[in-house]
Design a protein around this ligand. Structure first.
Ligand SMILES: *[C@@H]1O[C@H](CO)[C@@H](O)[C@H](O)[C@H]1NC(C)=O
Ligand SMILES: *[C@@H]1O[C@H](CO)[C@@H](O)[C@H](O)[C@H]1NC(C)=O
Ligand SMILES: *[C@@H]1O[C@H](CO)[C@@H](O)[C@H](O)[C@H]1NC(C)=O
Ligand SMILES: *[C@@H]1O[C@H](CO)[C@@H](O)[C@H](O)[C@H]1NC(C)=O
Ligand SMILES: *[C@@H]1O[C@H](CO)[C@@H](O)[C@H](O)[C@H]1NC(C)=O
Length: 779
């Protein structure tokens, strides 16, 4: 059951992946954006000097991680400061004479500031004292620094006055403070100029063992200023209390999104991870910006009377094309199909009743009439989606906080409505409970409610190629497609992208056709087996496919057993090399044990397919099996199309005619994709063995396939999970044995019910035969 939930998330995640959001919230629409700050123009390369305090033993771990990530992007210069005898080839290092790596690093800190003053005071406007466990979002740092007048003395940091235990022991007067060291301390040039000449005097007069407290004292004494008193600082210079565990978990948190510096990142691997996350946020912003700009171009061109879908041919003046790059080339930006629908309260105008999009209601649970289960838990995918939306709304609302001297915090979603439509996107109406805190003027804290109307528009589909998967029997692709930057890919339309990229798999050029070993457990079911064998004969034997079939034949149903045995003998006689063999098993049927019986006959390196007698396949399925299953690399779990009970559709199937099912119409009424079926698997025997095989202890109606899938996911192997429209599961009724244990029986009954018919069909039947249900009481 847990597996089911996870899968839904995967599917939904893909949808959200192509969403570009737009917001329109009542309050914010009326507010003008603050004018961009006019920056005093310092060239980017000498805005700030960053001194990172580190120690000899961290040079090739933390210091290297800093230099590999944000360090190189500083709008200015970064240097690392360590003890006298330190040496590094990885980072630009100053080994401070007369300084060792003892803690607290008071001398190191003061001598570092002195070094900055002696060598760089005239070259940089700002000086940042940083630790080797801090992460800095350098673009935001630049934005902040450029908004402040660096000619004045500034001492910027997260203000501290000592915690309760330390109270009174830091030798601070009641109005005195210091900037806490961890998340970073920023000096303007003027501040450093005033205090650095007195570093020796400060070092000679330490009151405590706290480096940052002493720094604050020195700055106050000689520069005459204290650490900035600003509510904002604890947000933008963010310190997390979790110590070693900080930033090792989920990074999708408002604290991470709002901050300029993040502290502490103790393990280098988390520094790299954080960096990737922050970069991904940036990419998202660029994508949004790209789309917005193109929406602008498109609407401007429309105003000028051009046809939107012909923009790629437009020249602004003779010889100057609007989009110089050709459609389909990497730099082409003219795809209007990526723009999505403009936001509007009436973007979807139903003309018939069927066009009306239905809303689902969100509160503690999710309510929808169209689901089999009308009241259900809010799935993790929707939860995450709502979280993203709320974070964006709050960012928008709070973008005016500084000017207004207030912050607004999110508390909860009281209720909401949402609807989703592939063409129009997502609509959300949310009633939010917020906390309004005014910290300037008349201070107050009140709870407020806000309605938010959110529209998320789908852009066109874009394709990204992930290149980390070596398929040995696939020929090398041309190098031109290898390193197309992601952002370029994103703006290329799916069609043109497909044109340039050769298919991942060369359908006709799998150099050596690997033999597929079918393992077919069979107990009873003779008539269906007859169909299966006929199909096998036509698709595999007659067409000389490289396959073998192992029928694991159970004796329990004697009559069927005899007749099936005869069929197999016949086919073995008919073809000198039929590749069909049989294993007779005289025990109670369990699927897992049956498969094991088959596997015993295979060699370590054999490719095997676990199949069921109800499945109909064709040559295309074989191709996909060979392509998607790679020894030591991947296991293929195809998603089969499962036909509903034909009786409910007032149909009947010619059960003996496999070719009829080969051409079955794949749609919503005839059947469904068995997202939660994991029984059909293709893999190498060696990988099966590595994974520890199937759980043989499960008897009766199996869940062994689900367990095995779980193991496969946890392993290093890749899972290839994809719908295969030529693997059809033909409907048959299932008996759920009354003797099964509760879990298995419920699972069996669930499967039975889900295979009956589409919800639409069931509803129709219910309406028709409503009177039959009248006397059933509550159920
Ligand atoms: C910050 O600390 C809190 C409480 O210790 C923790 O729950 C949270 O996950 C941490 N945040 C990050 C981004 O690590
Ligand atoms: C198939 O691959 C072989 C060698 O890998 C190559 O010589 C041949 O041209 C390929 N055929 C096609 C149709 O690509
Ligand atoms: C099955 O075949 C065996 C021998 O081949 C025979 O003895 C037995 O009677 C048959 N059973 C049925 C039910 O046909
Ligand atoms: C299966 O085993 C049972 C008892 O172990 C035996 O009576 C029966 O004849 C066997 N059936 C076949 C087909 O071998
Ligand atoms: C089922 O189909 C038959 C003929 O195809 C038709 O006569 C019959 O009315 C249909 N039954 C229902 C319930 O639609």
């Amino acid at each position: 059951m847990a597996r089911r939930k996870k899968l839904t998330k995967v599917v939904f995640g893909v949808l959200l992946g192509v969403l570009i959001s737009q917001f329109s919230s009542r309050e914010e629409c009326k507010q003008p954006k603050p004018a961009p700050r006019v920056a005093p123009a310092a060239p980017a390369h000498n805005l700030v000097f960053v001194g990172v305090m580190t120690a000899a033993r961290y040079l090739d771990s933390r210091a290297k991680a800093v230099y590999d990530t944000w360090g190189r992007r500083v709008p200015g210069k970064v240097m690392f400061f360590s003890s006298e005898d330190s040496y590094s080839e990885d980072v630009p290092l100053v080994a401070l004479p007369g300084v060792d790596d003892t803690y607290p690093p008071q001398k190191k800190s003061f001598m570092m500031l002195k070094h900055m003053y002696d060598h760089y005071i005239d070259q940089y406007e700002w000086f940042l004292r940083a630790d080797d466990d801090v992460y800095v979002r350098t673009d935001r740092l630049e934005e902040l620094l450029r908004s402040i007048d660096s000619k004045k003395p500034w001492f910027i940091g997260q203000t501290g006055r000592g915690n309760t235990e330390e109270f009174g022991m830091l030798s601070l007067e009641s109005d005195e403070n210091f900037c806490m060291g961890g998340p970073g301390v920023i000096f303007s040039r003027e501040t450093l100029k005033r205090m650095a000449p007195y570093v020796d005097e400060c070092l000679a007069n330490l009151y405590t063992t706290h480096e940052d407290v002493e720094l604050g004292r020195c700055v106050r004494r000689f520069a005459g200023i204290s650490c900035t008193w600003s509510y904002e600082m604890q947000v933008i210079l963010y310190h997390n209390q979790s110590g070693q565990a900080a930033f090792s978990g989920d990074l999708k948190q408002k604290e991470v999104h709002r901050a300029i510096t993040l502290h502490p990142v103790k393990q280098p691997q988390y520094m790299y991870r954080l960096d990737k996350y922050v970069k991904a946020l940036k990419i998202q912003n660029y994508q949004q910006e790209t789309i917005d700009l193109h929406r602008g171009i498109a609407s401007a061109m429309a105003e000028l009377g051009y046809r939107i879908d012909h923009l790629q041919e437009v020249s602004l003046v003779e010889g100057l094309r609007l989009f110089p790059e050709e459609r389909g080339s990497e730099g082409y930006l003219g795809d209007t199909s990526l723009l999505g629908l403009p936001q509007s309260l009436t973007r979807q105008k139903p003309t018939t009743l069927d066009d009306v999009l239905d809303w689902e209601f969100i509160s503690k649970s999710l309510y929808s009439y169209k689901d089999l289960n009308p009241r259900r838990r809010i799935g993790s995918s929707l939860k995450e989606g709502l979280g993203d939306v709320v974070r964006d709304i709050m960012e928008l609302i709070n973008s005016y906080s500084k000017q207004r001297g207030r912050v607004i915090d999110f508390k909860e979603i009281l209720y909401g409505y949402w609807r989703l439509d592939p063409v129009h996107g997502v609509d959300l109406i949310l009633d939010l409970l917020l906390v309004y805190r005014k910290y300037r003027g008349h201070k107050m804290t009140v709870q407020v409610r806000r309605h938010a109307y959110v529209q998320q528009t789908f852009t066109g589909i874009s394709v990204r190629e992930v290149k980390n998967f070596d398929f040995p029997h696939i020929s090398q692709r041309p190098s031109s497609t290898q390193a197309v930057p992601v952002h370029r890919k994103i703006v290329n339309q799916i069609i043109s992208t497909f044109e340039q990229i050769p298919p991942i798999f060369h359908s006709d050029n799998v150099t050596k056709k690997e033999t597929i070993n079918f393992i077919l457990p069979l107990s009873g079911r003779h008539e269906i087996f007859k169909r299966f064998l006929k199909m096998y004969e036509e698709v595999c034997i007659k067409q000389s496919e490289e396959t073998r079939l192992f029928v694991i034949l159970y004796t329990e149903k004697v009559e069927d057993f005899n007749r099936s045995s005869v069929l197999i003998e016949n086919i073995q006689r008919k073809y000198s090399s039929s590749g069909v063999s049989v294993v007779t098993v005289n025990e109670t049927f369990t699927r897992a044990r049956a498969l094991e019986h088959g596997l015993k006959l295979l060699a370590h390196d054999d490719l095997t397919l676990f199949i069921d007698v109800d499945i109909v396949f064709d040559t295309k399925s074989l191709l996909r099996i060979r392509q998607n299953t790679v020894k030591d690399k991947s296991i293929y779990f195809p998603i089969v199309y499962s036909l509903y009970n034909p009786k409910l559709l007032n149909k009947s199937y010619p059960l003996d005619d496999y070719a009829f099912f080969n051409s079955a119409i794949v749609d919503e009424d005839n059947g469904f994709w068995r997202q939660f079926g994991f029984g059909i698997v293709s893999l190498y025997k060696s990988d099966y063995v590595t994974l520890g095989g199937l759980n043989l202890l499960i008897s009766g109606w199996g869940s062994e396939d689900v367990t095995f899938y779980d193991e496969a996911i946890k392993s290093k192997l890749k899972i290839v999970r994809s719908v295969d429209p030529s693997l059809i599961h033909v409907y048959h009724s299932i008996d759920c044995d009354i003797n099964l244990d509760v879990f298995q029986r419920n699972m069996c009954l669930g499967t039975q019910a889900s295979m009956l018919g589409s919800l639409k069909q069931l509803q129709k039947l219910y309406k028709k035969y409503e009177y039959l249900f009248k006397n059933l009481g509550t159920w």
